[in-house]
Write a protein that binds this ligand. Structure first.
Ligand code: THU
Length: 163
């Protein structure tokens, strides 16, 4: 038997004031997207903003559905849009934020497992880290170097039959 362990390194900032201007703007774009979310069921509005290598910023927000599992998270809306409109263009960074009208979202949003999986696909495809910036409604921000560090032991194309 061998014992293994995994350590996640990330940075935290006490407010957006500690970010550089580009990151602040990206978080602002995510916040604007959150305000356009369609989240009548959870009342938890999420926005995401991706910075692509060509300088384009793509945003997304959660889109819910009366058939709950048919809804989709903000991160996947944005990254699928990016891949559909800018195939082959690296994703450099993603900012995610959320707010609710029924409670204060005071800790950074944690992307769900499916979003981590989907983002990690593009990280592998472009062989390039996607930096992750997470914030709640306000306050504390987490900066994580890449998506793969948020998804240890990930299932990837390497696990499928190779030609
Ligand atoms: N949600 C996101 O869009 N992104 C996240 O990172 C966490 C959760 C959405 C899914 C659902 O519409 C609502 O938030 C509550 O789970």
């Amino acid at each position: 038997m061998e014992k293994h362990s995994y350590k996640l390194n990330y940075l935290s900032y006490s407010s957006v004031d500690e970010l550089n201007e580009a990151d602040r703007e990206l978080m602002k774009a995510a916040r604007k997207a959150a305000h356009m979310a369609y989240a009548p069921y959870s009342k938890f509005s999420v926005g995401s903003a991706l910075l692509l290598e060509n300088g384009v910023v793509v945003t997304g927000n959660n889109q819910e559905n009366a058939a709950y599992p048919s809804g989709i998270c903000a991160e996947r809306v944005a990254v699928f849009y990016a891949s559909s409109q800018y195939p082959g263009v690296k994703v450099l960074k993603i900012a995610v934020t959320a707010f609710s009208n029924v409670f204060v979202v005071n800790s950074p949003v944690a992307p769900c497992g499916a979003c981590r999986q989907v983002l990690s696909e593009y990280e592998k495809l472009y062989r390039s880290d996607i930096e992750v910036l997470l914030q709640g409604q306000e306050g504390k921000i987490y900066r994580i170097k890449n998506v793969s560090s948020l998804l240890p032991l990930a299932f990837t194309s390497d696990d499928l039959p190779q030609e």
